[in-house]
Design a protein around this ligand. Structure first.
Ligand code: ADQ
Length: 471
């Protein structure tokens, strides 16, 4: 068996990394067989980057490439995070539609492809992750690489009406056809991809999830990413007896904890969430001294102006809620802008009666799954979950809400706070069993098996000629 080569924008930092669900999922696979993890080092340099840095760690070799500042600006901050990210999350009003970053995005993908092609062995299986790297497969094909190539999109795939606002939508979707297998989080994302191919590219669906268009074909499927619920549950139970968890519990005498954990991102619905909490405190004065809402929001993409605006807006809104409803000895909202060890977070989840996971749009949302797995089965908390998170398709025993409807969120939180123990247990059991049935290992193996099965169709280099450059 050849090596498994993972390609993602950021490379997990170490085998015991605390980089979140994806890193954990992939590291388990990477530890088992000879593997490579290739991608950006996270370093920004002022001169053309030096050679790829190679770090060996048991079976895993990490290959790290630095980015020059102008490439970081155009590829990462620009096209990936100011164009693709908002459009794929249906926020077309926040997207930057200028084409200058598209050229940089392609060039950086070509640079990654050249470096990767020079170290690939014939039997390596390459698995590319996420929206930063969509054209990487096509760039590899142009260099004559004919290895098995798979791609997984962690964020939503938007409906054609939305995707076609992107000036280069055709080139982008065409480049997905360089892979043998393209994976999406949910059936809805897969459907949106199929709709695009059929309606916009004149393609057609074949058997076994094959889509034919652009003179070639690609297999496409949905593979909802999971977590390792047994590991989360064990960590959460252990974390409950740590000093940090005890301090949190001791700070809540007689009060119920409502938790939110998100990257500080406008897709996560934080403004609506706090409007809902404000509504709840307005309409249910009995909660003013009876609840604490803990929001952990780790800063993210701080160089992007929309993220700076969001941060300022949340600072103001949360300050107002505490000003309105706080007392000298009690503030209803606690707001913390930093990262925690995952185990610590799991302990916080277990100490919470309610989790608010209310993104306006989210590929999956692993926090929803982690929260469920971290609960004490005898005394579980309640998940309030946005219908627009990919996770809602599996976790339909949560309290599902429209994240734009502040009143509905407030009512769901009220219901969750009041929910009898029998109902909490009755909702927890099917949620947990779904997480166990299709965990992160099943997700990974399912994708990789489908990739192996999709065989190696001959790929003609002709189709992957460079795109027309746009000045
Ligand atoms: P994200 O948008 O980052 O991921 P999410 O799925 O919730 O969203 O994953 C976040 C991860 O980071 C979780 O494992 C969480 O525990 C961790 N995390 C969050 N805040 C933290 C903090 N302050 N300290 C430490 N850890 C923290 C993208 C897509 C999602 C998709 C995932 C995986 O946007 O839709 O579910 O990839 O495919």
């Amino acid at each position: 068996m050849g090596r498994l080569v993972i390609v993602s924008n950021r490379v997990g930092s170490s085998l015991s990394a605390n980089d979140g669900g994806l890193a954990t999922a992939l590291l388990t696979a990477l530890e088992r067989r000879e593997s490579v993890w290739f991608g950006w080092s996270g370093e920004i340099v002022d001169e053309p980057p030096g050679p790829t840095r190679i770090r060996r760690d048991g079976n895993l070799t990490r290959m790290l490439v630095d980015l020059e500042r102008s490439d970081y600006d155009g590829y990462y901050l620009g096209f990936a995070n100011r164009t693709l990210w908002p459009i794929f999350h249906y926020r077309v009003n926040l997207a930057e539609y200028g084409r200058e970053h598209w050229a940089t995005y392609q060039r950086v993908n070509e640079m990654f492809a050249e470096r990767l092609a020079s170290v690939l062995k014939p039997d390596d299986v390459v698995w590319v992750h996420d929206y930063h790297m969509i054209p990487l497969g096509a760039a590899l094909r142009r260099l004559g690489v004919d290895n098995l190539l798979g791609f997984f999109l962690h964020i939503p795939f938007p409906a054609p009406e939305v995707l076609t606002t992107l000036p280069v939508h055709e080139a982008l979707v065409r480049s997905l056809f360089a892979y043998e297998l393209v994976g999406f989080q949910t059936g809805k994302d897969l459907q949106a991809f199929q709709d695009y191919v059929q309606r916009e590219a004149g393609g057609r669906a074949g058997d076994d999830g094959t889509m034919n268009a652009f003179g070639t074909s690609v297999r496409a499927g949905s593979y909802p990413i999971g977590i390792d619920p047994a590991v989360v549950a064990a960590h959460a139970a252990r974390a409950a007896s740590t000093r940090q968890a005890a301090r949190l519990r001791d700070s809540l005498p007689g009060r119920r904890l409502i938790i939110g954990v998100d990257r500080l991102d406008y897709t996560k619905g934080l403004v609506h969430r706090f409007a809902a909490l404000e509504r709840l405190l307005e309409t249910h004065p009995q909660y003013r001294r009876a609840i604490v809402a803990l929001q952990i929001a780790s800063p993210s993409r701080e160089d992007v102006p929309e993220y700076q605006q969001l941060r300022a807006e949340l600072d103001a809104r949360i300050g107002r809620i505490n000003g309105r409803f706080g007392d000298p000895d009690h503030l209803p909202v606690r707001y913390v802008n930093r990262r925690f060890r995952q185990e610590t977070l799991f302990g916080f989840y277990r100490a919470s009666r309610v989790a608010m996971v209310t993104p306006l749009r989210d590929g999956m949302n692993l926090v929803a799954k982690e929260f469920v797995a971290a609960q004490d089965p005898e005394d579980p908390g309640v998940l309030v979950l946005s219908r627009f998170a990919g996770a809602a398709r599996e976790l339909n025993d949560a309290l599902i809400v429209n994240p734009f409807d502040v009143d509905e969120i407030a009512e769901a939180v009220d219901r969750a706070l009041d929910m009898p123990i029998e109902e909490r247990r009755a909702r927890y059991a099917p949620l947990m069993s779904r997480l166990e049935q299709y965990d992160v290992h099943a997700w990974r193996e399912d994708f990789l098996n489908a990739l192996q099965r999709s065989g190696r169709a001959p790929r003609r280099a002709l189709r992957w000629e460079p795109y027309e450059r746009v000045a």
